[in-house]
Design a protein around this ligand. Structure first.
Ligand SMILES: Nc1ncnc2c1ncn2[C@@H]1O[C@H](COP(=O)(O)OP(=O)(O)O)[C@@H](O)[C@H]1O
Ligand SMILES: [Mg+2]
Length: 389
């Protein structure tokens, strides 16, 4: 297996630059996921690694060697696409064996490799079927099998599950995670699916218009987005944003005004900011509290979605042109038309400058603080409900 490094990678189609200088380290055995909005260059970047597109500028190394000028077949990679592209007239076995036959491998070696892949992917009972006799998930497993038999150093996946229905996507997602554990392979995986990115990745790369916005573990990106783009992109439902301004700064953090007059001190560094600067306050739906918080502000409930385990409240507030989302408890009794108070725990709030960059946090160990704070809040919220029963 192998590491992959990208240094100053650029790609233009004609006059149009699509990949605008990407530096990235993908470690041996790492599972790296590219996410970003449609058209941001995820597939193009993957195709550059695969050798399916020429690199305009920069250096691509796989396993320590520069491979810019190597054809795809010599890069030690195997790619799995959204469309399975199986040969319809061949059986499952023949589909998986085809590439090895072309490479003139011996019959014994082919049998062994296809047999191993079929066992890993639980395709053994299906080896003599044709693609049309398979479900979507089974076909995608054959496509993955075709990649496995080549014993690549690096697997490249481009939205491999997006043609599958929701239930099958969950099942295949778990199978791909298992596959990564079993094969100890380096995997680079493109998706626009939040949950796939968060659950599969060791490292997520957030792309936007051909540039890397941030690289980090799923929880780093969730808790410490570098900027508004990453904050809004990672997490589902999306982070709420409130337009506000700085009312004071101290060693305890930066204080901002909430609609309705309350003040919230977010534990971040003031640095070069001044009182009166316009800032954006970010609060995730799961951190907005119907009861409690360090400060709260009012809003009108427009829509209520009850999912059983949790309830989503969509709320209009004067501070945001978008509807805000509050993830409330399953038992929440709030109805459409209610005016509610939305509580914000300071430690879970994020603050962004006018140019979109996140303020630097004050705490030594904010993750631990956040866990403690939100754990405590759930307790107190439950406690507050007891008397009404
Ligand atoms: N062969 C090509 N020729 C011209 N433009 C292309 C080509 N391939 C991709 N693009 C453009 O590059 C941009 C990024 O595409 P792509 O990498 O497919 O995005 P993503 O996979 O993130 O949705 C798009 O604007 C797309 O139209
Ligand atoms: Mg794509």
């Amino acid at each position: 297996m192998a590491d992959v490094t990208l240094r100053g990678i650029r790609k233009s189609f004609g006059d149009l630059e699509i990949i605008k200088g990407v530096d990235l380290d993908i470690n041996d055995n790492e599972f790296v996921v590219f996410v970003g909005p449609s058209g941001c260059g995820k597939s193009t970047l993957l195709r550059l690694i695969a050798g399916l597109e020429d690199i305009t500028a920069g250096d691509l190394n796989i396993g320590g060697s520069r491979v810019n000028d190597l054809p795809p077949a010599q890069r030690g990679i195997a790619m799995v696409f959204q469309s399975y592209a199986l040969y319809p007239h061949m059986t499952v076995y023949e589909n998986m064996a085809f590439g090895l036959k072309l490479a003139k491998e011996s019959k014994d070696s082919i049998e062994r490799k296809v047999g191993d892949a079929a066992r890993i992917l639980q395709l053994e009972p299906l080896l003599s079927r044709k693609p049309k006799e398979l479900s979507g998930g089974q076909r995608q497993r054959v496509a993955i099998g075709r990649a496995i038999v080549r014993n690549p150093q690096v697997f490249l996946f481009d939205e491999p599950l997006s043609n599958l229905d929701a239930a099958l996507r969950v099942q295949m997602r778990i199978e791909i995670a298992k596959l990564h554990n079993d094969l100890n392979a380096t995997m680079v995986y493109v998706t626009h699916d939040q949950v796939e990115a968060m659950t599969l990745a060791d490292k997520i790369v957030v792309l936007n218009a051909g540039r890397v916005e941030q690289v980090g573990s799923p929880l780093e990106l969730y808790h410490h987005p570098d900027n508004l783009f990453v904050a809004g992109f990672i997490g589902s439902p999306k982070m709420n944003f409130l337009q506000t301004e700085i009312t004071s700064g101290s060693e305890n953090g930066v204080t901002v005004a909430l609609p309705g007059g309350a003040q919230l001190t977010v534990p971040v560094e003031m640095e070069a900011s001044k009182v009166g600067d316009k800032v954006t306050l970010g609060i995730r739906p799961e951190h907005m509290l119907e009861h409690g918080g360090d400060a709260s502000f009012p809003g009108d409930v427009i829509v209520v979605e009850r999912l059983g385990g949790e309830t989503f409240l969509y709320v209009n507030s004067e501070s945001s042109s978008d509807m805000l989302t509050v993830q409330a408890e399953g038992e929440s009794t709030t109805k459409v038309g209610d005016r509610i108070s939305m509580g914000v725990p300071a430690v879970a709030a994020q603050l962004f400058r006018d140019d979109g960059r996140a303020f630097k946090r004050l705490e030594r160990n904010p993750l631990a603080d956040l866990t403690r704070a939100t754990g405590g809040i759930h307790d107190s919220a439950a406690g507050m409900q007891v008397p009404s029963h």
